[in-house]
Design a protein around this ligand. Structure first.
Ligand code: ZN
Length: 166
């Protein structure tokens, strides 16, 4: 999945959560969702975030390879436990959700993800998959974009002044 599809799909699902649960949609929450939706690809130097990582992506890639550790339940669980227990905020909540949505989106791609790393290197994938950069992915991008706008204008924002709360 290309980076803009990751961003839009994470924002759409995250905004849907804000529309139907007590979670508030704020700028900080949206920023967390966006960063979280890109973060797992820090293991690929040529990814959108990898090219802006000041060399970090190269090191992570050397250590774990692409779609290794950072795309596992262990990485997501560790980040979530540390951030939500130690530094809970709308931003960190968004980040943990965005991270999960990224791994989930890659799980639905034809390449799959090593969910159980380091116990198994097997890449798991959903029964229905899409190919990165395919027509289906483009279609998904626009579907998520419509959903995002729908949730944003139908209940995600309680009142416009609260979106700046941290
Ligand atoms: Zn990825």
């Amino acid at each position: 999945m290309r980076y803009h599809t990751h961003i839009v799909s994470s924002l759409a699902v995250g905004t849907g959560i804000a529309a139907y649960t007590p979670v508030s949609f704020t700028i900080a929450y949206a920023a967390g969702l966006t960063l979280g939706s890109l973060l797992p690809d820090i293991d690929e130097p040529n990814s959108y975030i990898g090219r802006r990582s000041f060399g970090v992506a190269k090191q992570v890639n050397k250590a774990f390879g692409h779609r290794g550790f950072t795309h596992s339940l262990l990485a997501w669980g560790a980040i979530t436990i540390v951030l939500l227990l130690q530094y809970f905020s709308p931003f960190t909540l968004g980040l943990c959700l965005g991270y999960a949505f990224h791994v989930l989106a890659d799980y639905c791609s034809s390449q799959g993800v090593p969910l159980l790393w380091p116990f198994s290197k097997k890449r798991y994938r959903f029964v229905i998959t899409y190919r990165t950069s395919s027509f289906l992915e483009t279609l998904l991008f626009y579907c998520f974009l419509v959903l995002f706008i729908y949730f944003l204008t139908n209940g995600a924002i309680e009142d416009s002044s609260s979106i700046f709360l941290f």
